[in-house]
Design a binder for this molecule. Structure first.
Ligand code: S6P
Ligand code: ZN
Length: 191
Protein backbone atom coordinates (compact mmCIF):
# COMPACT_ATOMS: atom_id res chain seq x y z
CA UNK A 1 0.00 0.00 0.00
CA UNK A 2 1.21 3.54 -0.73
CA UNK A 3 1.45 5.38 2.58
CA UNK A 4 2.54 8.72 1.19
CA UNK A 5 1.77 11.56 3.58
CA UNK A 6 -0.42 14.56 2.62
CA UNK A 7 1.53 17.72 1.92
CA UNK A 8 1.22 21.36 0.88
CA UNK A 9 3.05 23.28 -1.77
CA UNK A 10 2.88 27.07 -1.77
CA UNK A 11 2.12 28.92 -5.00
CA UNK A 12 2.86 32.59 -5.50
CA UNK A 13 -0.27 33.61 -7.38
CA UNK A 14 1.50 36.44 -9.17
CA UNK A 15 4.87 34.98 -10.16
CA UNK A 16 3.78 31.33 -10.39
CA UNK A 17 6.67 30.21 -8.17
CA UNK A 18 5.72 26.81 -6.67
CA UNK A 19 7.65 25.64 -3.63
CA UNK A 20 8.98 23.08 -3.07
CA UNK A 21 9.08 22.18 -6.75
CA UNK A 22 11.18 20.82 -9.59
CA UNK A 23 11.83 23.29 -12.41
CA UNK A 24 12.12 22.67 -16.15
CA UNK A 25 13.19 25.60 -18.34
CA UNK A 26 12.81 26.09 -22.09
CA UNK A 27 14.78 28.65 -24.07
CA UNK A 28 14.31 29.73 -27.68
CA UNK A 29 16.92 27.13 -28.70
CA UNK A 30 14.75 24.39 -27.15
CA UNK A 31 11.64 25.37 -29.11
CA UNK A 32 13.01 26.96 -32.29
CA UNK A 33 11.65 24.17 -34.50
CA UNK A 34 8.09 25.16 -33.56
CA UNK A 35 8.25 28.62 -35.07
CA UNK A 36 7.70 29.49 -38.69
CA UNK A 37 10.38 32.22 -38.83
CA UNK A 38 13.60 30.21 -38.29
CA UNK A 39 15.81 33.22 -39.05
CA UNK A 40 14.17 35.25 -36.27
CA UNK A 41 14.66 32.29 -33.91
CA UNK A 42 18.38 32.02 -34.76
CA UNK A 43 18.80 35.77 -34.25
CA UNK A 44 17.25 35.54 -30.77
CA UNK A 45 19.46 32.58 -29.90
CA UNK A 46 22.56 34.52 -30.94
CA UNK A 47 21.47 37.50 -28.87
CA UNK A 48 21.31 35.58 -25.57
CA UNK A 49 18.82 32.74 -26.12
CA UNK A 50 16.03 34.13 -23.92
CA UNK A 51 13.86 32.08 -21.63
CA UNK A 52 10.51 31.21 -23.23
CA UNK A 53 8.87 29.31 -20.37
CA UNK A 54 9.35 27.49 -17.10
CA UNK A 55 7.37 24.65 -15.56
CA UNK A 56 7.58 23.96 -11.81
CA UNK A 57 6.29 20.54 -10.75
CA UNK A 58 5.14 19.47 -7.31
CA UNK A 59 6.91 16.26 -6.28
CA UNK A 60 4.25 13.62 -6.96
CA UNK A 61 4.88 10.02 -8.09
CA UNK A 62 4.04 9.53 -11.79
CA UNK A 63 1.69 6.70 -10.89
CA UNK A 64 -1.96 5.86 -11.44
CA UNK A 65 -4.19 7.41 -8.78
CA UNK A 66 -1.97 10.45 -8.16
CA UNK A 67 -2.61 13.96 -9.50
CA UNK A 68 0.33 15.66 -11.13
CA UNK A 69 0.32 19.42 -10.65
CA UNK A 70 2.56 22.26 -11.65
CA UNK A 71 2.71 25.90 -12.58
CA UNK A 72 3.75 27.15 -16.01
CA UNK A 73 5.16 30.62 -16.62
CA UNK A 74 5.39 31.76 -20.25
CA UNK A 75 7.32 34.98 -20.69
CA UNK A 76 6.11 37.70 -23.05
CA UNK A 77 7.90 37.74 -26.38
CA UNK A 78 7.75 36.80 -30.03
CA UNK A 79 9.77 34.95 -32.63
CA UNK A 80 9.13 36.98 -35.75
CA UNK A 81 5.43 37.72 -35.54
CA UNK A 82 4.60 34.56 -33.52
CA UNK A 83 4.04 34.81 -29.77
CA UNK A 84 6.07 32.72 -27.29
CA UNK A 85 4.47 29.32 -26.68
CA UNK A 86 4.90 25.94 -25.04
CA UNK A 87 6.10 22.91 -27.01
CA UNK A 88 2.64 21.38 -26.82
CA UNK A 89 1.87 17.72 -26.41
CA UNK A 90 -0.80 15.13 -26.15
CA UNK A 91 -0.83 12.73 -23.27
CA UNK A 92 0.76 9.33 -23.80
CA UNK A 93 -2.33 7.95 -22.09
CA UNK A 94 -4.62 9.62 -24.61
CA UNK A 95 -7.73 9.13 -22.50
CA UNK A 96 -6.63 11.54 -19.76
CA UNK A 97 -7.93 15.08 -19.19
CA UNK A 98 -6.36 18.14 -17.61
CA UNK A 99 -7.32 21.50 -16.07
CA UNK A 100 -5.44 24.76 -16.59
CA UNK A 101 -6.28 27.47 -14.05
CA UNK A 102 -4.95 30.86 -15.13
CA UNK A 103 -3.46 33.02 -12.39
CA UNK A 104 -1.93 35.94 -14.31
CA UNK A 105 -1.63 37.28 -17.82
CA UNK A 106 -3.37 36.78 -21.11
CA UNK A 107 -3.15 33.65 -23.23
CA UNK A 108 -4.62 31.34 -25.80
CA UNK A 109 -4.96 27.63 -25.19
CA UNK A 110 -4.78 25.85 -28.56
CA UNK A 111 -6.16 22.34 -28.72
CA UNK A 112 -6.60 19.68 -31.36
CA UNK A 113 -8.57 16.46 -31.01
CA UNK A 114 -7.46 13.12 -32.42
CA UNK A 115 -10.37 13.54 -34.88
CA UNK A 116 -8.80 16.72 -36.26
CA UNK A 117 -11.11 19.30 -34.63
CA UNK A 118 -9.38 22.33 -33.18
CA UNK A 119 -10.32 24.86 -30.50
CA UNK A 120 -8.75 27.95 -28.95
CA UNK A 121 -9.80 29.13 -25.49
CA UNK A 122 -8.92 32.50 -23.97
CA UNK A 123 -6.90 32.35 -20.76
CA UNK A 124 -7.19 35.18 -18.23
CA UNK A 125 -6.91 35.43 -14.43
CA UNK A 126 -9.65 33.18 -13.08
CA UNK A 127 -10.23 31.13 -16.25
CA UNK A 128 -10.26 27.37 -15.62
CA UNK A 129 -9.93 25.56 -18.93
CA UNK A 130 -10.92 21.92 -19.22
CA UNK A 131 -8.85 19.93 -21.70
CA UNK A 132 -10.84 16.75 -22.38
CA UNK A 133 -9.22 13.38 -23.05
CA UNK A 134 -7.87 12.94 -26.61
CA UNK A 135 -7.00 16.64 -27.15
CA UNK A 136 -3.44 17.82 -27.63
CA UNK A 137 -2.68 21.20 -26.06
CA UNK A 138 -0.34 24.14 -26.45
CA UNK A 139 -0.36 27.49 -24.66
CA UNK A 140 0.54 30.88 -26.09
CA UNK A 141 1.27 34.13 -24.22
CA UNK A 142 -0.49 36.87 -26.19
CA UNK A 143 0.03 39.60 -23.57
CA UNK A 144 2.82 41.86 -22.40
CA UNK A 145 3.21 40.25 -18.94
CA UNK A 146 4.13 36.67 -17.99
CA UNK A 147 1.27 34.20 -18.50
CA UNK A 148 1.00 32.10 -15.34
CA UNK A 149 -1.24 29.05 -14.91
CA UNK A 150 -1.66 26.06 -12.63
CA UNK A 151 -2.17 22.61 -14.18
CA UNK A 152 -3.69 19.47 -12.69
CA UNK A 153 -3.55 16.13 -14.52
CA UNK A 154 -3.44 12.37 -13.87
CA UNK A 155 0.15 11.83 -12.77
CA UNK A 156 0.64 8.86 -15.11
CA UNK A 157 -0.69 10.73 -18.20
CA UNK A 158 2.79 11.15 -19.73
CA UNK A 159 3.81 13.51 -22.56
CA UNK A 160 3.88 12.73 -26.26
CA UNK A 161 5.79 15.62 -27.87
CA UNK A 162 6.80 13.82 -31.05
CA UNK A 163 3.40 13.90 -32.79
CA UNK A 164 3.09 17.67 -32.53
CA UNK A 165 6.75 18.23 -33.42
CA UNK A 166 6.15 16.20 -36.57
CA UNK A 167 2.78 17.60 -37.64
CA UNK A 168 2.55 21.05 -36.03
CA UNK A 169 -0.73 22.59 -34.84
CA UNK A 170 -3.41 23.61 -37.37
CA UNK A 171 -3.18 27.26 -36.24
CA UNK A 172 -0.46 29.64 -35.13
CA UNK A 173 -0.94 32.86 -33.14
CA UNK A 174 0.62 36.02 -34.57
CA UNK A 175 0.51 39.73 -33.85
CA UNK A 176 -1.26 41.80 -36.52
CA UNK A 177 -1.92 45.51 -35.94
CA UNK A 178 -1.35 45.06 -32.21
CA UNK A 179 -3.85 42.18 -31.96
CA UNK A 180 -3.34 38.44 -31.42
CA UNK A 181 -4.74 36.65 -34.45
CA UNK A 182 -5.03 32.94 -35.26
CA UNK A 183 -3.98 32.04 -38.77
CA UNK A 184 -3.47 28.75 -40.60
CA UNK A 185 -0.08 27.18 -39.88
CA UNK A 186 1.77 27.32 -43.19
CA UNK A 187 3.97 24.41 -42.04
CA UNK A 188 1.13 22.14 -41.03
CA UNK A 189 1.71 18.61 -42.25
CA UNK A 190 -1.03 16.09 -43.02
CA UNK A 191 -1.89 13.51 -40.35
C1 S6P B 1 1.22 18.60 -18.43
C2 S6P B 1 0.63 19.95 -18.65
C3 S6P B 1 1.56 21.16 -18.44
C4 S6P B 1 2.63 21.34 -19.53
C5 S6P B 1 3.34 22.68 -19.41
C6 S6P B 1 4.40 22.89 -20.48
O1 S6P B 1 0.36 17.60 -18.89
O2 S6P B 1 -0.07 20.06 -19.87
O3 S6P B 1 2.17 21.04 -17.22
O4 S6P B 1 3.56 20.30 -19.48
O5 S6P B 1 2.41 23.72 -19.50
O6 S6P B 1 3.97 22.51 -21.74
P1 S6P B 1 4.77 21.41 -22.58
O7 S6P B 1 3.96 21.25 -23.81
O8 S6P B 1 6.14 21.91 -22.79
O9 S6P B 1 4.77 20.16 -21.73
ZN1 ZN C 1 -0.88 18.06 -20.64
Amino acid sequence: MNCMKPFNVVINLKSGELSPGKRVIRRVSDVKALFVDKEAAEKLIRSGDPLVYEVIYADVPEEEGHLGNCTTIIYPGKVGEEFFLTKGHRHEKLGTAEIYFCLQGKGKLLMESVDGDWEALDMFPGSASYIPPYWSHRTVNVGTEPLVFYCIFPADAGHDYATIEREGFPKIVVERNGEAVLIDNPNRKGC
